[in-house]
Structures are given as C-alpha cells and as structure tokens.
Design a protein around this ligand. Structure first.
Ligand code: NAD
Length: 457
C-alpha cells in the first residue's frame, strides 16, 4: 500500500473534524479562502503556466485564458454574489397553515471530494473547489495523475495557501482514488470519462453519497452553408484545436449537407493557417497530446477517412497537426468514440432531418453547436435535440457565461455547476417552517377527533 493510500482515512477524518468544528461556516471564512485562492493564482501564475506547458504544451496565454483567468473570474463572481446566495429565501405558506413563515436555508454538505481530469488540469480541479468553499464545505482535491506537473503544484501550493483544517490534496492514480472512494463523503464531484464515472457512482452509492458527473461525449457542430463561412470555420477551428482538441466541449465532428462541407474544407484550412501559421509544429500556441496512449489512439483514427488537410504527426513530441477527415463511414471507430484530439471528421447528412436523426439517435452529447441562418432549423435543434448545452454561432463559450449551468445529460453526465449553480450543488437546501404555538390553528382543523362539527368546517 502506498504511503498516501495509508494516510487517506486520517486525512478525511481531519477534514471531517474541521467541518464539525464549524470552521468553514462563517461567510468571512469562505470569503477569505476565495481571496487567498485568487491571490495564489495571481502570485504563482507563472508557475502554473510552466506546469501546464510541461503537461500539455499549453501556451502561457492559453493557460491564462482557459485556466488561470477563468478561475479568477469564477472567484470574482462568487465573491460578488456570495452574500445573496447564502441568504435564506422566504416562500409562501398555504392559508390553512397560517400564521407561519417558511424559508429555504442553504447549508454546507460537509466534506466533499473533487476528482479532476488531465485536460484542463488546473481549472477542472479548482473550479468545483470555488463552489465547495463558497458553500462552506471542507474539500479534498484529487488532481489527475496524467498531468503530473500541475498535480504536484496543486498539492504543494493549495493546502498551504488555504486553511489546512478544511482543504487537502491527495495525489495519485487508481489505487489512491479507489481508497478515497471507500471513504464516506457528503458529495463527490467527478470530471472525466463515463467508464470511471460509473465506478465513482457505484462507490458513492455504498454511502448514499450524491454525485455530480461531468463527463464527455461527441458534441456535433451543424453547418448548413448559410452564414459567413469564413467566420464559422474560424470559430469551429478555434473550438476544436484549442488545447490540441483535448476539450470536453470541443466540436467532435461537423455534420451538414455535402455541398456545405465541401465549401467548409478550404475555409477550415484557411482558419487553421490564420490561427497557427505554416509551421504548426514549431508554434508555441499549439498544444501537445497528453500521453503516448492517447497519441496512439488518435493516430489510429487517421486511416478512417480521407485526410483533407493535416495528418502530420510526431510521436516523440506527441504532436498531431490539426486534421480534417472527410468520407468517414458513420460507423467508423472515430464516429463511435469521443475523439478528444485535433481530428475533425466531416459527416455528410442528406438534409436537416437526417442530421437531427443522426444526433438524436446517439448518446446525448455534452454540447451541440449550430451554425445556420435558418430560423426554423435553429428552432428544431433547440426543440428536438438534447445535450448538456446548446450554442448557436459559437462553440465552447457557453461555459464562460456564469448564469448558465454547465453540465451534461445522460451519457454526458448529471448535475451542473458554474456561477450560482456551483454554490447550489455543494449546498443542501434545508426547508425551515416556523409556526407559533399560539394561536392554535391546527387543533380545530386537522387533528382528531373528527366530529361532525369539524367535517362541516
Ligand atoms: P483522467 O484519466 O485524468 O481521469 C479522471 C480522473 O479519474 C483522474 O483523477 C483519475 O485518477 C481518476 N480515475 C481514473 N481511473 C480511475 C478508476 N479506475 N477509479 C477511480 N478513479 C479513476 O481523465 P479522462 O477521464 O481521460 O478525461 C477525459 C474525459 O473527461 C473525456 O471524456 C472528457 O470529455 C471528459 N471531460 C469532461 C468535462 C466536463 O466538464 N464535462 C471536462 C473535461 C473532461
């Protein structure tokens, strides 16, 4: 047994003790933790950038935009709204119960576990923590072992910056996560793939612990050829190739009529050129595949269609060029598995009906993106398809709107967070009814003996 596995029961007990003593409850404590986390991200930004570069070849600017800056905005939003979120909400009482008052009081759940993946290894480890701390919980963070530099930096810096009585980090892989999941938590927040999501849900069920599962899937982008194709291609290329395609809400494939797809190919090629230039392999703005195993899996997809452009790769640096594949059979592996890399298949659909049938006939995706100027087509996508999120005219950015809950549905997950929803997901909404004993309005109405006089009431 590894040292960290042996220490897990004591770490969880320590957090439970901290929570039970009430250290996490005061609003002041919550604010202080959020402020300290914010300061850490600012002061050690260069170290986080460096770790993200080591793990994923991420550029400093991209690290700021998609990880560090994102977290700072989330913290600012939470600090701005925390008092309002914490305030009990009055609800009306039915006349028969009056006089009385009723309110919903948000209270912290207790000790929560956050299990993070490798693709945005900082943002996805800490974004749920913002909600957990804002809601007054103690939290144990398990970063992804597949992003080792970021994981060790989180382990080294975060508990020091925050209150160790209520915040801990356990690094590790399957043995450590398995040991963690044997413990009783009050909520488990898991981001990653559906296979492990099932393991997490089963383990949590033993303790009747509620779970949030932030999973993935094949998010379609529908393009019917209406609208400015150059701009559409640029946005799709950006959403697909940021982080070398390793984004849970990246457009997985493009679906549309063959004529639209034919026109889209050169527009996508131009867009990739505009974004990353000629020598993509040497461009520090373009990321790398996280592991050899992921690299091999992705290379395997390249033979499943015609390479319209891209297709170059280098195993030593785990580089795969932005690639567009056409003529991909609908049952090819690349169309059955979530791609999670810089390979974009184009899937021909006869018409809108065919595209809708293709998408609704499969697992519900984490996102769907629709690029059309046809009002009726937009309405049909909104009404007839189900996905975690739906965005018209732009991929990925719906997750940057704090008022929009972010999460999946069906195979792409359950539960949601971001903004106020992050606070709610880590809170219990306690129902409080307050009825004075005098005057006694219940005896004469709902309590036996049920005399004729009462029936007449
Ligand atoms: P990963 O391999 O890093 O796994 C995620 C976490 O699960 C890690 O902390 C890992 O230690 C743990 N884990 C792995 N095997 C385990 C086991 N047998 N038992 C217990 N824990 C285990 O990341 P991943 O799953 O490859 O991440 C990619 C997937 O995550 C994609 O499907 C992607 O779409 C999805 N994702 C979803 C979101 C979202 O917000 N919905 C965000 C990012 C990624």
């Amino acid at each position: 047994m590894s040292e960290s596995v042996e220490r897990i029961p004591a770490i969880v007990a320590g957090l439970r003790h901290g929570f039970a003593r009430g250290v996490t409850r005061p609003e002041g404590w919550r604010r202080e933790q959020l402020r300290r986390l914010r300061a850490l991200l600012l002061e050690r930004g260069a170290d986080f950038e460096e770790a993200l570069r080591a793990d994923l070849g991420k550029s400093g600017v991209e690290a700021q935009l998609t990880e560090i800056g994102f977290l700072i905005s989330e913290i600012d939003h939470a600090l701005r709204h925390l008092s309002g979120w914490m305030r009990p909400r009055r609800v009306p009482v039915p006349p028969a119960l009056l006089p009385a008052t009723a309110r919903i009081v948000p209270e912290p759940l207790g000790v929560v576990l956050v299990i993070a993946p490798w693709n945005y290894p900082l943002m996805l480890a800490l974004s749920p923590v913002i909600g957990a701390l804002a809601a007054g919980n103690a939290v144990l963070i398990k970063p992804s072992e597949l992003a080792p530099a970021t994981s060790s930096l989180i382990a080294r810096l975060v508990p020091d910056a925050l209150d160790r009585r209520a915040v801990a980090v356990v690094e590790g892989a399957v043995p450590e996560t398995t040991a963690l999941l044997r413990e009783r938590f009050d909520h488990v927040f898991y981001t990653g793939n559906g296979r492990v999501g099932r393991i997490v849900a089963r383990a949590a069920a033993e303790h009747l612990t509620p779970v949030t599962l932030e999973l993935g899937g094949k998010s379609p982008a529908y393009v019917d050829g209406t609208g400015p194709l150059r701009d559409i291609a640029r946005r799709i290329a950006w959403g697909k190739f940021v982080n070398a395609g390793q984004t849970c809400v990246a457009p997985d494939y493009v679906i549309g009529p063959p004529a639209a797809l034919r026109r889209l190919v050169p527009a996508l090629a131009d867009a990739v050129h505009e974004l990353y230039g000629n020598a993509i392999e040497r461009n520090p703005d373009y990321g790398r595949i996280v592991t050899d195993a992921q690299f091999e899996r992705l290379i395997g997809y390249l033979g499943e269609g015609r390479i319209e452009f891209g297709g170059e790769y280098d195993a030593a640096s785990r580089f795969i060029a932005p690639t567009v594949l056409s003529g991909v059979p609908r049952d090819a592996t690349v169309m059955r598995e979530e791609i999670f890399g810089p390979i974009l298949p184009l899937v021909a659909a006869r018409d809108l009906d065919d595209a809708l049938a293709f998408v609704t006939g499969r697992d519900k995706p984490l996102a769907a993106y629709v690029f059309t100027e046809d009002r009726a087509a937009r309405d049909r996508w909104e009404r007839e398809t189900s996905s975690g999120g739906l965005a018209f005219g732009v991929p990925v950015m719906h997750l940057a709107v704090p008022g929009l809950p972010f999460g999946g549905v069906g195979e792409s997950g359950s539960g949601a967070y971001h903004g106020e929803r992050s606070f709610r997901v880590f809170s219990h909404e306690k129902s409080v009814l307050d009825k004075p004993l005098r005057p006694d309005t219940l005896g004469p109405t709902i309590m036996p003996p049920f005399t004729r006089r009462k029936e007449a009431l």
